[in-house]
Design a protein. Structure first.
Length: 326
């Protein structure tokens, strides 16, 4: 048994994980005043689960940050105060256990792959930004230093709008298919057309919130439907690129915006089918993620389980080699 820890901008969730089954859930608000306060909050939730579930073999931790995987150090972190923190060492010191740290979208992708029983999978998480993860032969692909697979930052239009995230790119997928992008486009349209339905949905802050845009589209507003159609089109271009590059057996769509998939997913699949290489497209399934709200916790636990098992295999291999020489 291991513990999966999912650290987000609003909450810290922890559970005992065995395979793709999670139990003994606990959840508390994320303390954002400082790195030490955040770590104290994580420790509090983890110890709460340990009291109920027993001592785990290891901790897996997913955070919305870029991680140097070899050291478990947070390289950059936008929404939580952990930039520069050696998260693996800090938590290992507090608990006296092996700790493995990864990006939260990587954890969600790993969970989805194991839940589906797929060894080749790409997952996109659509929320405030666009994240994602790639699973190859059942293991997470991270690049040379653990910072790779930033799927939201593939450019789909080199002359497009600047990325709303911590990224110097223009026209990347996050600039079109994120909650921030939808709010930007809806607000611009509302301001340009003061007689429109979207203009009536401008909030006190002068912004059309994403949930209000979705509500307008569900009510049949043509401007809102146009924006959701363009969202689907650009998402389809991104999907086609990932299919052509990785040739996954399954491409999963998750994140908070996936709850509005009835407004864009069919359009995205249609566009991707027009653009992906036919031999690859006919072999991939595109569908909503099945991991649900606990995918991050399950994926973090799976990460720890796989890494601990890998360390054991390495130790056994070294012992066998030594015995052979002796």
């Amino acid at each position: 048994m291991v513990l999966g820890v999912d650290v987000g901008g609003t909450k810290v969730a922890v559970a005992a994980v065995e395979g793709v089954t999670a139990s003994h859930f606990a959840e508390h608000g994320t303390v954002l005043s400082s790195a030490d306060a955040l770590l104290d909050g994580v420790e509090h939730v983890v110890r709460e689960v340990i009291r109920e579930a027993g001592e785990p073999e290891a901790l897996g931790v997913g955070v919305p940050s870029q991680i140097d995987f070899a050291t478990g150090t947070v390289v950059t972190s936008v929404n939580i105060p952990l930039t520069g923190v050696s998260l693996r060492d800090e938590l290992s010191h507090r608990f006296g256990l092996p700790v493995v740290v990864d990006n939260d979208a990587n954890c969600a992708a790993l969970a989805e792959a194991h839940i589906l029983g797929e060894s080749q999978l790409v997952m996109l998480t659509l929320g405030t930004g666009v994240g994602g993860g790639v699973v190859i032969d059942g293991r997470t692909f991270r690049g040379a230093h653990g910072l790779g697979a930033e799927l939201g930052h593939m450019s789909v239009n080199p002359d497009g709008p600047p990325c709303p995230g911590n990224c110097p790119n223009h026209g990347c997928l996050e600039a079109y298919c994120s909650g921030q992008a939808l709010e930007r486009d809806a607000t611009e349209l509302a301001r340009d057309r003061p007689d429109s339905t979207l203009a009536d949905r401008l909030g006190p802050d002068g912004i059309v919130a994403g949930r209000d845009l979705v509500a307008a589209a569900e009510d049949g507003d043509p401007d809102a439907l146009f924006l959701m159609d363009n969202f689907g089109r650009m998402l389809g271009i991104g999907i086609a690129n990932y299919v052509n590059i990785f040739e996954p057996a399954h491409l999963a769509i998750g994140g908070g915006l996936s709850r509005a998939s009835h407004l864009f997913l069919d359009r995205a699949i249609q566009e991707a089918g027009r653009r992906a290489l036919p031999a690859l497209w006919k072999r991939v399934k595109v569908a909503l993620a099945r991991g649900g709200a606990h995918a991050g916790v399950i994926g973090a636990g799976l990460l720890a389980e796989l890494e601990v098992a890998g360390d054991r295999d390495t130790d056994r291999s070294k012992a066998t080699t030594r015995e052979g020489f002796e």
